[in-house]
Design a protein around this ligand. Structure first.
Ligand code: HPA
Length: 269
């Protein structure tokens, strides 16, 4: 199916573009894709073996075109494990992007803040992750053309890419933080006890995505940059109740900073 999906998209692109950069836009962050000039849009459900994302704040389409002078494939909305898809289905678009020639992948998400120093609206560069999803996207027969059976994960989030992105943020005066992202399968948010544990094991932010995508992107040789938008304090930290609306609203509120940062990163990539 990987071949069929890749060919379907390739035919639509029709030699107009040969993007090397991919961007996944998380909850509430999808609006950025609207800035692509003359975009080619392909709904996920049209593409063989792609699954449709069913969550508010995730449009569920590929947006392909030129952005900041760079040819790019944007996933406007992602597919989550908690939607009931298999973990292999969740990461299928990453494999397709690789087959299409993507070399660098920027993965973004909305996340709950665990680190006491974080504030709502902070943009956190992901330096490493902890997989608490209780599954792994590489389970199953290995595709040796994509990567090796036992891939190294000691630098999933490419250090040079991260240093470059930090410089971009400094250049345009956007405050960013850096930390470890942990992923829970969701869809329920964490309990206060789980949040306490996550803090103890060294996580700075918690979300329900990114980890499977980053594992697969690294496995098949892409350079990965991860950015979390801290949309709320994780459960129990401030005695607040969590809601998806709150997460999306915080995402909308940082739209400008987020969008400026991504643009600056793309400009000289
Ligand atoms: N927990 C898990 N996922 C999330 C959160 C959270 O607090 N905020 C946004 N996505």
């Amino acid at each position: 199916m990987l071949f069929q999906a890749t060919e379907y998209i390739r035919e639509k692109i029709n030699n107009k573009y040969s993007p090397k950069i991919g961007l996944i836009l998380g909850s509430g962050l999808g609006a950025l894709a609207e800035e692509v000039k003359n975009p080619l849009k392909i709904k996920y459900h049209e593409i063989p073996a792609f699954r449709q994302s069913s969550i508010d704040g995730h449009v569920g389409q590929l947006v392909i075109g030129k952005f900041q002078g760079k040819e790019i494939i944007i996933m406007q909305g992602r597919i989550h494990y908690y939607e009931g898809y298999s973990i292999q289905e969740v990461v299928f678009p990453i494999k397709v992007m690789r087959k299409l020639g993507i070399e660098k992948l920027i993965i973004t998400n909305a996340a709950g803040g665990l680190n006491d120093k974080f504030e709502i609206g902070d943009l956190m560069f992901i330096k490493d992750h902890i997989n608490f999803m209780n599954t792994n996207p590489l389970i199953g027969k290995n595709d040796n053309e994509l990567g090796t059976r036992f891939p190294d994960m000691s630098e999933i989030y490419n250090k040079d890419f991260l240093d470059y992105a930090k410089k971009c943020a400094q250049k345009i005066n956007i405050k960013t933080t850096e930390g470890v992202y942990a992923a829970n399968s969701g869809p329920s948010y964490e309990t206060p006890a789980e949040v306490k544990m996550l803090k103890l094991v060294g996580a700075d932010a918690i979300g329900m995505s990114t980890v499977p995508e980053a594992i697969v992107a690294n496995y098949c040789g892409m350079k990965v940059l991860g950015i979390s938008c801290i949309t709320n304090y994780a459960a129990g930290i401030k005695n607040n109740k969590l809601s998806h609306n709150e997460v999306m609203e915080a995402g909308f509120a940082v739209k400008e900073n987020f969008s400026n940062l991504i643009k600056e990163i793309l400009k000289n990539l």
